[in-house]
Design a binder for this molecule. Structure first.
Ligand code: NAP
Ligand code: MG
Length: 500
């Protein structure tokens, strides 16, 4: 690999230095962009530049797609156990480098180190789990009549395009790469420009894991440039997109031109429901995890907190305990001991969060806690909660994507279900109660892809994740993830009476 596509980077506070790849990863090599253009990577912790990275444009997409197209012809037919072995090896290599990669993720994204470590565990287990599926992608034998033998195959689609967001940079890569290549597809992935470092670092491990050249190509570039070229490339047969609902609509529209298969993981405004018979101590932890984990930059964040208020004493005392617990949260440099919440990832997103907070204050919403920036350097925001917020408030209806939650009271199950479902989104949800009957009754009526009972953000590689309504189409993780990356071929053989 060419040494001019690496930069030496140093982590703040821990003062450790490592070599960061900065090229485009195509055909298992680091290459420069054809235009010669680069872009700056900055850290949201310090707002300082870290390095320049090659910027992929249309010509680079063409080269990457051709590489993936060529690789597909062979990769499609290799023994599934070979694909499994590459995925297992990749999971092992990421595990061996886990601490460093988590630090890279925190440096680039701003997330607290414990959040990056959570991501890394899921990345490793997801890739390993996909390796385990590679040789189990079986079709069906179908009985029709005595004169036919009929069976199906779950065949790969070809070159798949993936476009990912900046909140879980490596985890989104894992959710797409794992099932995609396990079943014989090849891929071209464009990470969000704001957070490319962990993806590029892992490319070295992809090569070391034994993936043949062209199977996995990772090319940083802008959404409108590189992303758009991926959406429009006729050789790409499927797009797996994670990001905002707005861009998701563009993706779907663009993919219609060449009838690409599309899966979308989009935004959310998830209800986190607290009944007055819950275990209060555990529920406070789950409410905090729901909205402040990863700085609230979580598509399934429990950002609408519904608290039972038939008994005003419970409602008020829960709010008081929540306020105390939130004010104990340590926000700051992700590498500092005990920090729960790091920096917001991008200046634009930081500004958007501050604008929502201002809108809440300007419309007279009651502030339980937070509501301000912390310091003047780095994008740090105090964990913020507004309470007694109306259902039709902008802050209840729109995704904020930051550490800002709204609390709404409810007095009956019917009222709760109506309000919880009164959203364009339907990604996550939480229910906190010691009454199993209540938990199941409500979970059956929530319009959401995930329901967490007495837990929150409780993701597992074996459990499918995805959205109802405008939160998306398709599922990631679990067996369901593979359905997104295959097409069914039916083979029917006419049996004649044999003559000997
Ligand atoms: P975004 O603006 O939709 O960007 C997502 C990705 O799409 C980035 O790689 C971006 O590239 C690219 N992109 C932007 N415009 C494009 C276009 N016209 N054509 C092709 N690609 C384009 O979202 P974001 O601001 O990065 O992420 C935050 C949003 O993602 C939130 O709304 C959140 O809810 C959602 N999200 C959902 C999930 C989920 O699992 N459902 C997970 C994470 C995030 P550049 O940024 O490089 O230009
Ligand atoms: Mg960055």
């Amino acid at each position: 690999m060419s040494s001019n596509h690496f930069a030496s980077l140093t982590f703040p506070i821990i003062n450790k230095t490592y070599e960061q790849p900065t090229g485009l990863f195509i055909n298992n090599e680091w290459v420069a962009s054809k235009s010669g253009k680069t872009f700056e990577v900055t850290s949201p912790i310090t707002e300082e530049k870290l390095c320049d990275v090659q910027l992929a444009g249309e010509e680079d997409v063409e080269i990457a797609v051709q590489a993936a197209y060529k690789a597909f012809k062979t990769w499609k037919f290799v023994e599934p156990s070979v694909r499994a072995k590459c995925l297992f090896k990749l999971a092992d290599l990421i595990e061996e480098n886990k601490e460093l990669i988590a630090q890279i993720e925190s440096l680039d994204n701003g997330k607290a180190l414990h959040c990056a470590q959570f991501d890394l565990n899921l990345v490793i287990e997801c890739i390993r789990s996909c390796g385990g599926y590679a040789d189990k992608n079986d079709g069906r034998s179908i009985v029709t009549d005595a004169n036919h033998m009929t069976y199906t195959k779950r065949e790969p689609l070809g070159v798949c395009g993936a476009i990912t967001p900046w909140n879980f940079p490596l985890l989104m890569l894992a959710w797409k790469l794992g099932p995609c290549v396990a079943v014989g597809n090849t891929m071209v992935l464009k990470p969000a420009s704001a957070t490319v470092l962990s993806n590029l670092f892992v490319c070295q491990l992809i090569k070391e894991a034994g993936f043949p050249e062209g199977v996995i190509n990772i090319i940083p570039g802008s959404g409108r440039g590189c992303g758009n070229s991926i959406l429009n490339h006729p050789l790409i047969k499927k797009i797996s997109f994670t990001g905002s609902t707005g861009v998701g609509k563009t993706v779907m529209t663009q993919c219609a031109n060449s009838i690409k298969k599309v899966t979308l993981e989009l935004g959310g405004k998830s209800p986190n429901i607290v009944f007055d018979d819950c275990n209060v101590e555990e529920t406070i932890k789950n409410v905090i995890k729901g909205i402040f984990f990863n700085g609230g930059e979580v598509c399934c964040a429990g950002s609408r907190i519904y608290i039972q208020a038939t008994n005003e004493e419970f409602y008020n005392s829960f709010l008081a305990k929540l306020k105390t617990a939130i004010e104990e949260i340590k926000v700051g440099n992700p590498f500092e001991e005990g920090v729960y919440q790091g920096a917001q990832t991008t200046p634009d997103q930081f500004q958007e969060v501050m604008d929502y907070i201002k809108a809440g204050k300007d419309t007279g919403l009651k502030l339980l806690t937070g509501g301000e920036r912390i310091g003047t350097k780095g994008y740090f925001v105090k964990p913020t909660i507004f309470y007694d917020v109306p259902q039709n408030s902008k802050l209840t209806q729109e995704e904020i994507f930051g550490p800002v939650g709204v609390v709404l009271p409810f007095k009956s199950i019917d009222e709760l279900i109506e309000k919880a479902n009164d959203s364009d989104f339907g990604l996550g949800s939480g229910i906190h109660t010691e009454d199993l009957n209540k938990a199941i009754y409500v979970s059956d009526r929530l319009e959401a892809g995930s329901v967490w009972i007495n837990t929150y953000n409780d993701l597992h590689q074996n459990v499918p994740f995805g959205g109802y309504k405008q939160s998306g189409i398709g599922r990631e993780m679990g067996i369901e993830a593979f359905d997104n990356f295959v097409q069914t071929k039916a083979i029917r053989y006419k049996i004649r009476v044999p003559q000997i």
